[in-house]
Design a binder for this molecule. Structure first.
Ligand code: NAP
Length: 281
């Protein structure tokens, strides 16, 4: 049992999840850093040791697509610390390609991780968050606000995530639980390296979209040159964790804020298409 606040973070083998776990521990939280494969914990362990927060970080298996592992990880938090104050639904996977290329099953598997995974973790965590007036955060994406070309499955999953949590937010607030979504733009993490299928394979079978696909990669390479670091994106998550009055929606960079502002004022959809259409020419 402990009086320190406890946060569970999903997807901490790399990137934003890893940085969030370390920064939360530095900020004084007990962190349950979860991974779907605990054999991939080397970078996390090294970062935790380098930050000198080993005593505040517990590493546990949690695959968001495996409900038993979700339930077991949440039970472990309660057994070990007696409380769960916050959850960061961070685990996610990218998926490039248009529906004719990648097929329906790729949509299902992308939603399984990015959307249903967060639903599963949220359902398991809510009773414990309610007990302490806790908070629930999801690492969404600008792709949860703006439908980006060749990111159909990923954006569908992140739109679903935001719809779920925007609906839940007011309901959860009636019981003292605050819900927030954090929307990064491009982040220099392992995300692009983890993309499936690989870029050359996609261009090969792009068919009528080959020219548009090539133009898309050229345009978005420019955007990724402006990518923020995982630590910068994680800092925005920690701000939400620590805020007295956390916002529902927060972007992690000026680039993300600028694009979100276009979307949130775009009543007929033309402003977003004026931004994303030229990426394909
Ligand atoms: P990342 O380095 O690839 O991290 C993704 C994490 O999710 C990894 O730890 C990965 O674990 C984990 N994961 C994947 N499937 C999982 C599953 N079934 N169960 C549990 N964990 C799973 O990329 P990142 O940029 O830090 O991504 C973190 C979040 O930020 C994601 O939700 C992503 O959509 C979002 N985001 C990223 C960007 C960007 O440009 N990088 C932009 C906007 C939003 P493994 O190592 O085992 O695969």
């Amino acid at each position: 049992m402990t009086a320190l606040r406890t946060v569970l973070v999903t997807g901490t083998s790399s990137g934003i999840g890893l940085a969030t776990a370390v920064r939360a521990a530095e900020a004084g939280w007990h962190v349950v850093a979860t991974l779907r494969d605990t054999g991939r914990d080397q970078a996390l362990r090294a970062a935790v040791e380098a930050a000198g927060v080993t005593d505040r970080v517990r590493i546990t298996r949690l695959d968001v697509t495996d409900p038993q592992s979700v339930a077991a990880a949440v039970s472990e938090v309660i057994d070990e610390y007696g409380r769960l104050d916050a959850v960061v639904n961070n685990a996610g996977v990218g998926r490039l390609g248009t529906v004719e290329q990648i097929g329906v099953e790729a949509f299902r598997s992308t939603l399984e991780v990015n959307f249903f995974g967060a639903v599963e973790v949220t359902k398991a965590a809510l009773p414990h968050l309610r007990a302490v007036g806790g908070r629930l955060i999801a690492v969404s994406s600008l792709g949860g606000l703006i439908g980006q070309p060749f990111n159909e499955a990923y954006c569908a999953a992140k739109f679903a995530l935001e719809g779920f949590l925007e609906s839940l937010a007011t309901v959860a607030a009636t019981t003292g639980v605050r819900v927030s979504v954090v929307e990064p733009g491009p982040v220099a993490s392992e995300f692009v390296a983890h993309l499936e299928p690989s870029v050359p394979g996609l261009i090969e079978n792009a068919g009528p979209y080959e020219a548009a696909f090539k133009a898309y990669f050229a345009s978005t390479a420019g955007l990724f040159e402006q990518a923020q670091s995982s630590a910068e994106a994680a800092a925005a998550v920690i701000d939400v964790l620590s805020a007295e009055e956390p916002p529902f929606r927060v972007q992690t960079s000026d680039l993300a804020r600028g694009l979100a502002a276009i979307k949130l004022a775009d009543l007929d959809g033309s402003a977003v298409q004026a931004v994303t259409g030229p990426w394909l020419t």
